[in-house]
Ligand binder design. Structure first.
Ligand code: ZN
Length: 553
């Protein structure tokens, strides 16, 4: 049986070999958390973005109960006035205290140190196999032996490994000093990380190399740069960590320049940047990534209905593009996970081969009126600055509930439903889902992309590059290429050419052979079952065939 990690290795190798994804600046050794999309990868990404824009912005599904609504697009700058990030809570709040290891340079989140040591520290795991603290019995020879063997390899910077004699003296003093209260797991771990107890006090070790960690310090998740010539606090600006804020700050502009009315949505596709501490899992957690975000503005009374609407629309969208439903795991966040202003949030998760736990592709969040009020207060000094007039007569004409008090306000700050998806994450899910291995085929690895996502839709091959076959094949290729991304290939054996197209995920290959000259037909080969049939070589017939089979137009 193939292990998921093996599958992931095969996928990464295919992506590199066939030009889906390369490491960024590879010839200089690469750079952690950044990726380049090659010729096939950038077509795949473009197809994802085009499908999203088509299905969500230009041709969105009807609203709940057939309600009319409008969708418009926006393309904001990446660098914005830094006040945007103060109002949104990103400056200040977006910084988790981190602890840096002076030994290996690793960063650990301060609030997760003990959890990381307990679950993800190879050296501590190894140590605990030979020794269990908390019993009151401290077997110094065993600790010493571990320090001089396994410890040397696994935790070269741990005090117990660097200077076992001194470290074990401190531990022994502690154990003998309070025989009734042996050190806990946590205290024991601190003792074996401490060499100069009197100078430094008890230390806490790096989960990777054992060196004593530095003090917690705020770690900035936003990339900073400067505008203008002078580089100081005043010229500080940030690369946006999400595209959403550009939409909120343009809410009034869009209302004033178009005829949209509540309920309506604003959509944006664009790059965002986060200085992730540990970029990992291939392209999944990158420092530069692309988002597809919608901010949908609605009346507070109907906001839960719209939230459920968008949650269901977004799940169905992934399924419509061949993301199998059993790997797609929508997960409603528990009350304790929700941001204080959020009424509900669903993470649409996908089970990647690199993890046992499903990972987030998209979050659909009910954000209440938090964002528009925050910007109203920050930019205009009035949290109701971005309120809109309620033109629903049933609400506006409502009488006062009690005499002498005003009726419900005729203005309201819209509530926001935010479906926020990652382009790169979906690209990785689409690649993972498409990857198929079938030993029974001449070309065992193939990519079963949905036709809308396939980077190349068709290929045209003359069986041999002579006998007048290229002269027939080239015009057919040129005609198809006017309508579909298509490739022409006359080199190598036909089997190798099919294999190349299988790895690119091309749904159909058309081969011009000796019989074409006799009866005017070509062979069509289907990517998924490798079956072949013959159809007319007339380009119009071939185009009709592709239109029917691909279902794109
Ligand atoms: Zn370290």
């Amino acid at each position: 049986m193939t292990k998921p990690t093996d599958t992931m290795e095969k996928i990464v190798a295919l992506c590199r070999r066939r030009g889906f994804i390369f490491g960024s600046s590879e010839i200089y050794g690469g750079i952690g958390g950044f990726w380049d999309y090659g010729p096939l990868g950038c077509e795949l990404k473009k197809n994802i973005k085009d499908a999203w824009w088509h299905d969500m912005v230009r041709n969105p599904p009807p609203g709940p109960g057939g309600t009319e609504y409008q969708m418009v697009g926006l393309d904001c700058s990446i660098i914005m006035n830094p006040k945007v990030w103060e109002a949104s809570g990103h400056v200040g709040g977006f910084a988790d205290p981190m602890r840096k290891c002076p030994g290996c340079g690793h960063f650990v989140r301060a609030d997760q140190l003990w959890e990381t040591l307990a679950t993800a520290s190879p050296w501590l795991d190894s140590l605990l196999q030979v020794f269990t603290p908390g019993t009151g019995q401290y077997d110094s020879p065993r600790l010493m032996k571990w320090a001089k063997t396994k410890g040397k390899k696994l935790a070269p910077n741990l005090a117990l490994v660097r200077n076992p004699e001194v470290t074990l003296v401190w531990l022994a003093t502690r154990v003998e000093g309070q025989p009734a209260a042996p050190p806990t797991m946590q205290e024991f771990t601190q003792y074996i990380a401490t060499e100069q107890l009197h100078q430094t006090g008890l230390q806490e070790p790096c989960p990777r190399c054992g060196a004593p960690l530095g003090p917690p310090a705020p770690f900035k998740l936003m990339f900073e740069t400067h505008t203008g010539v002078e580089q100081n606090e005043k010229s500080n600006v940030y690369l946006r960590p999400e595209t959403a804020q550009g939409i909120f700050v343009n809410f009034r502009n869009v209302l004033d320049s178009t005829r949209v009315k509540i309920p309506f949505g604003i959509a944006q596709i664009g790059k965002a940047f986060r200085n992730e501490i540990t970029p990992r899992n291939y392209t999944f957690r990158s420092r530069e990534f692309e988002q597809m975000e919608i901010e949908f503005f609605c009346h507070p009374e109907s906001s839960m209905e719209w939230y459920e609407f968008w949650r269901d629309v977004r799940i169905k969208w992934y399924e419509s593009l061949n993301i199998k439903s059993e790997k797609l795991r929508p997960r409603q966040q528990g009350k304790e996970e929700l941001a204080h202003y959020s009424a509900a949030c669903t993470d649409i998760e996908y089970l990647f081969p690199f993890s046992d736990e499903p990972q987030e592709l998209e979050g659909v969040a009910h954000r209440g009126d938090f964002d528009l009020k925050a910007h109203g207060k920050s930019a205009r000094g009035d949290e109701n600055a971005f309120a809109v007039i309620d033109d629903d007569p049933s609400r506006r004409l409502q009488p006062a509930r009690t005499p002498g008090e005003p009726g419900p306000s005729a203005r309201f700050v819209p509530h926001v439903i935010e479906p926020s998806a990652g382009v790169d994450r979906f690209a990785l899910a689409a690649i993972t889902e498409a990857y198929t291995f079938d030993e029974g085929r001449a070309s065992p690895e193939f990519m079963k992309f949905h036709p809308r996502l396939a980077p190349i839709k068709a290929a045209v091959f003359p069986l041999v590059a002579k006998d007048g076959l290229p002269e027939i094949a080239e015009p057919i290729y040129r005609e198809i290429a006017k309508h579909f991304p298509c490739q022409y290939d006359a080199k190598q054996s036909i089997g190798k050419r099919y294999a190349r197209m299988d790895e690119a995920g091309t749904p159909f290959c058309f081969t011009i052979d000796g019989r074409t000259k006799e009866d005017g037909t070509v062979t069509v080969r289907d990517r998924d079952d490798a079956s072949q049939e013959r159809i007319s070589a007339d380009p119009n017939v071939i185009l009709r065939f592709l239109n029917d089979k691909l279902g794109l137009h």
